[in-house]
Design a protein around this ligand. Structure first.
Ligand code: AMP
Ligand code: ZN
Length: 456
C-alpha cells in the first residue's frame, strides 16, 4: 500500500506524491506562546508527530517545521495584565510547551522558527506583494488586496459574504475591500515594533507562516497542517500571500485535524472545563503516554470528545500492551512494524485501526506458549507501537507508574514485610498487607520469579 491523505483543498483522499521523493517537506502551525497548552492544542502536535514518524519510515529524508508565534496581540494583552515583560512570557511559555509535548512523547520538529527572528523576511515578502500590486499601504497599515487573487477562497470553499462575516475583523475605513486583511500594522511606542518601509510596526499573523515556510521549505512544499479552525482565514491567507509573492503553487496537501471537546462541550475558560496538558499530567503523573493514546483513539479528521473515561480506557489499553511485553521478557522492536499497522496508518493516518491491530498483536503475544515465538510476536507489537510513538518504555516502569499514592520504596518495603509475615506463617498479617496495598491501588502478583507489583 502507499500513503493516502485527505486533502482539504480537494476534499478527497489522494495518493501522496511528494514534489521530491528524496525529501518530504512539512509545515504545521505551532502555538501562540502566552499560556499553557490545552489538551486541544496537543491534538495537532500528537497527530502530526505520528505523520512525521510515518513519513520518516517511508522516505529517506523529511523536514518538519513547526513555528512559534511570539508576536501577537494576545501576548501583548497578557503582558499588560500581568506586568511580566513580553520576552519573558514568550520564553517561559515556549519552555513549558516543550516540556508538556515531550511528556506526550512528541518528537521535536527539525526546525522551530520564532516569528520575531524572521521579521526581515516578512518585510521583504510584504514589499514584494506591494510591488506586484497585491498589497497597498493605508494609514500606516499594509493590506492584502483580496480581489487581486483570483483563486481566493478555494481552500475553505466559502462564498465572499461568508468570508467577510467569518473573518471577524472590523471593516476598517482604510480598507479598499472588506475582505482585505492586514500584513503589517503600526505599533505605538509601548508595543513591540520594528522599522519598516511603512514606519515602525509589527506583522499580521498570517504573513509569519508564509515567510517562515518559504525560508525553510522553499516556495512550494508537500504538506501543511493545523487544526480545522485555521482553514479560514489563516491558511486561506497564507496561500494568497505566498502564491502572489512567488508566482508558484504553495502547498500540495492541506491536512486539518478536527476539534476537541471536553465531556461533550466546547472547552472554554468560562465553562470551567478548560484542561491544560499540565493539569492532566499533575492529576495523572507519568501518564503522558496514556494521554497520547487517548488523543490517537479517534481518527484525526473527526471531532474528538475528551473524557475522563476515555483517558482511563487508554491507560487500561497500555496496561494490557505492557503486560504482554513484560511477559515476553526483554526484547528489541522488530525492524519493521507489522504490515497491517503500516497499512492502517498509510490509509489517511487511521490510528483507531492501527490501535485495533495492536490489540490483536497483544492477544497473539498472550496466547503464544513457546517463549521464542512469544518474543518474536512481542517484537512486532513493540515495532507497531513505535510508529505511533507508543510502547517504548520499560514495561516494568510503565506498570509501576500508575499515579499518586505510595512511592516505590514504600511499596517494596510493604512487600518485604508481607514476605516476612508469610515466612513466619502469619498469613493473616500477610493478607492484611496485601489488602492494604490493594486499597492504595497496588496489585501484588506472586510468580515463579518472586513477587511483582503494579499500580492499577
Ligand atoms: P493556537 O495556539 O490557538 O494558535 O493553536 C495551536 C494549534 O492548536 C492550532 O493548530 C489550532 O488549530 C489547534 N487547536 C486549538 N484548539 C483546538 C481544539 N479545541 N481542538 C483541536 N485543535 C485545536
Ligand atoms: Zn500558520
Amino acid at each position: 500500500m502507499a500513503l493516502v491523505l485527505h486533502n482539504t483543498l480537494t476534499r478527497s483522499k489522494e495518493p501522496f506524491r511528494p514534489l521530491d521523493p528524496g525529501h518530504v517537506r512539512m509545515y504545521v502551525c505551532g502555538p501562540t506562546v502566552y499560556d499553557r497548552a490545552h489538551i486541544g492544542n496537543a491534538r495537532p502536535v500528537v497527530v502530526f508527530d505520528v505523520l512525521y514518524r510515518l513519513l520518516k519510515r517511508l522516505y529517506p529524508r523529511v523536514t518538519y517545521v513547526r513555528n512559534i508565534t511570539d508576536v501577537d496581540d494576545k501576548i501583548n494583552a497578557r503582558a499588560k495584565e500581568s506586568g511580566e515583560p513580553i520576552g519573558a512570557i514568550t520564553l517561559r511559555t515556549t519552555k513549558l510547551f516543550h516540556e508538556d509535548m515531550a511528556e506526550l512523547l512528541a518528537l521535536p520538529p527539525d526546525v522551530e522558527p520564532r516569528a520575531t527572528a524572521h521579521i526581515p523576511q516578512m518585510i521583504a515578502m510584504i514589499g514584494r506583494l506591494v510591488e506586484l500590486g497585491h498589497a497597498y499601504e493605508a494609514e500606516g497599515h499594509v493590506l492584502f488586496a483580496v480581489p487581486t487573487m483570483p483563486g481566493y477562497g478555494r481552500l475553505s470553499g466559502r462564498s465572499r459574504d461568508e468570508m467577510i462575516a467569518g473573518s471577524r475583523v472590523e471593516v476598517a475605513p482604510y480598507k479598499k475591500d472588506p475582505a482585505d486583511f492586514v500584513l503589517w500594522k503600526p505599533s505605538t511606542p509601548d508595543l513591540p515594533g520594528w522599522e519598516s518601509p511603512w514606519g515602525r510596526g509589527r506583522p499580521g499573523w498570517h504573513i509569519e507562516c508564509s515567510a517562515m515556510s518559504r525560508q525553510y521549505l522553499g516556495e512550494s512544499f508537500d504538506i501543511h497542517g493545523g487544526g480545522q479552525d485555521l482553514i479560514f482565514p489563516h491558511h486561506e491567507n497564507e496561500i494568497a500571500q505566498s502564491e502572489c509573492a512567488t508566482g508558484q503553487p504553495f502547498v500540495r496537501v492541506w491536512l486539518h485535524n478536527g476539534f476537541l471537546k471536553v465531556e461533550g462541550e466546547k472547552m472554554s475558560k468560562s465553562l470551567g472545563n478548560f484542561v491544560t496538558v499540565r493539569d492532566l499530567l499533575d492529576r495523572h503523573p507519568g501518564q503522558g503516554e496514556a494521554i497520547r493514546l487517548a488523543l490517537l483513539s479517534t481518527h484525526y479528521h473527526q471531532p474528538l470528545d475528551w473524557t475522563a473515561q476515555g483517558l482511563a480506557q487508554a491507560k487500561a489499553t497500555l496496561d494490557r500492551f505492557y503486560l504482554a511485553l513484560r511477559d515476553a521478557g526483554p526484547i528489541e522492536p522488530a525492524a519493521q512494524p507489522p504490515a497491517e499497522i503500516l497499512a492502517a496508518l498509510e490509509d489517511d493516518l487511521n490510528t483507531p485501526q492501527a490501535l485495533a491491530a495492536l490489540h490483536e498483536r497483544a492477544t497473539l503475544v498472550n496466547k503464544a506458549a513457546d517463549p521464542a515465538q512469544k518474543a518474536a510476536l512481542a517484537r512486532d507489537l513493540k515495532a507497531g507501537g513505535e510508529v505511533l510513538g507508543l510502547l517504548q518504555q520499560n514495561p516494568e516502569a510503565w506498570l509501576k507508574s500508575g499515579g499518586a499514592g505510595l512511592d516505590e520504596a514504600a511499596i517494596e518495603a510493604a512487600i518485604a514485610a508481607r514476605l516476612a509475615a508469610r515466612k513466619a506463617k502469619n498469613f493473616a498479617e500477610a493478607d492484611r498487607i496485601r489488602d492494604e496495598l490493594a486499597a492504595q491501588g497496588i496489585r501484588i502478583e506472586d510468580g515463579a520469579a518472586g513477587t511483582s507489583w503494579r499500580k492499577l
